[in-house]
Design a protein around this ligand. Structure first.
Ligand code: PMP
Length: 403
């Protein structure tokens, strides 16, 4: 009798052309290295675990299992748990009908559904430069053509944008405390983008996982707020409660909702019945109103520690091209730094790692014209002391490289 488990049998698995285009996330691969003990990592994009309300979650889990054990453990509606959809519709500051809310497995799934429903091979997609790597990973298998939205002193170059936008499928934006740069679009830029969108009928995908994490004042109103028919809005519980539960949502114009729902059904039938009820229990009595200000305060103090450490270690920063420079994010989790002229972030990284500090080279976040001097630093998941030590090490490595 032949042995069907024989290791000698070679199966000719044929990978689809779509799968050929998938690549391991540069950042996830990098994180494996940066998570080595002893390395102070500014590379991760993880929220601080100190912000996870574990006791509240424990109570909510118990309550859900006591009150609705069968519903929580059963299959459920693809649209999502209706009370949660209603609460999200009420929470958002524009007129949202709960029938437009689709619960997803994090906003990352929202990006994947957008990709499947809206992109054909060679569809033109407008993206910021740089942009969120996870969005590129979701879009690339559908083989779009990316066009970068170029900037001038006033923000996006509107003439360039108008030309590019005419035959584009959509523009994808992270308007608040962007990943990777930490930048926020100004009121004028938002107005201009919405005007352009309305004038030529160009849809916008607005990805807003960080909007609640402002430090001194809230960012200007969202694009969807002004142009709800022209926008798909992606929200997430990852940065305000827990990324591990994998819950987010999309607000979808009614005309396109049925297609998004079909894509969601094909992907996973529905998001976890249990997690949705737990999140609902956690937030239904206004918990976020007290919790989010605590996250803001923590992240703001962490940002300030990093800014002070940078200022102390790079006293001549920003004075000329041979010096480093950085932005001052007004919320979120990331700071964007530029290395001195002629220095490449990917070359610096191994030397930085050897001295016990890690960052993400910015070039992975670009679709074209990559800025090789840029690096992304997260300031939220390393303690204040370690931020000071890590920036000091980074400064030594940069100084050694320059000399
Ligand atoms: N969009 C952006 C801009 C992000 O930074 C992230 C998380 N890193 C996501 C979407 C995905 O978040 P989640 O799926 O956890 O909601």
């Amino acid at each position: 009798m032949s042995d069907i488990t024989s290791a000698n049998i070679k199966f000719p698995w044929k990978i689809s052309s779509r799968a050929e285009l998938m690549n391991p996330s540069v950042i996830r691969e990098l994180l494996k290295l940066t998570e080595r003990p002893g390395v102070i990592s500014f590379a991760g994009g993880l929220p601080s675990p100190d912000t996870f309300p574990t006791a509240i979650f424990k109570e909510a889990c118990n309550k859900v299992l006591l009150d609705q054990p069968h519903e929580a453990l059963q299959y459920s509606a693809s649209e999502g748990y209706q009370p949660l959809r209603e609460m999200i519709a009420d929470y958002l500051p524009w007129n949202v009908d709960s029938s437009q809310v689709l619960i997803t497995n994090g906003s990352q799934q929202g990006l994947d559904l957008v990709s499947k429903v809206l992109i054909d091979k060679n569809s033109k997609i407008l993206v910021e430069s740089p942009t969120y790597l996870g969005a590129l990973m979701a879009f690339i298998p559908m083989q779009p053509k990316f066009e970068s939205m170029l900037c001038n002193n006033e923000g996006f170059d509107l003439e360039d944008l108008k030309n590019k936008a005419l035959d584009a499928r959509f523009m994808y934006l992270v308007p608040n405390f962007q990943n990777p740069t930490g930048n926020t679009l100004t009121e004028t830029i938002r107005q201009n983008l919405c005007q352009l969108s309305v004038d030529i009928g160009l849809p916008i995908i607005e990805d807003n996982p960080y909007g609640d994490l402002w430090f001194d004042q809230p960012p200007p109103p969202t694009l969807t707020n002004r142009n709800p028919e022209g926008c798909i809005y992606l929200g997430s519980f990852s940065k305000v409660l827990s990324p591990g539960l994998r819950l987010g949502y999309m607000v979808v114009p009614k005309s396109i909702f049925p297609k998004m729902l079909q894509a969601k059904q094909a992907a996973d039938l529905h998001s976890s019945s249990f997690s949705q009820r737990v999140i609902y229990e956690v937030i239904r009595n206004g918990f976020l109103d007290t919790h989010i200000p605590n996250i803001r305060a923590l992240y703001k103090s962490q940002r300030d520690v990093m800014l002070n450490a940078l200022a102390n270690n790079f006293p001549k920063a920003g004075s000329h091209e041979d010096e480093v420079s950085w932005n001052v994010p007004s919320g979120g989790m990331f700071l964007w730094m530029r290395l001195p002229k002629k220095m490449r972030a990917v070359d610096l990284l191994p030397r930085a790692m050897a001295s016990g500090v890690a960052f993400v080279p910015g070039e992975s976040f670009f679709t074209e014209y990559a800025d090789q001097r840029s690096i992304r630093l997260s300031f939220v998941s390393v303690s204040a002391d370690k931020i000071r030590e890590g920036i000091k090490n980074l400064a030594s490595v940069i100084t050694a490289e320059r000399n």
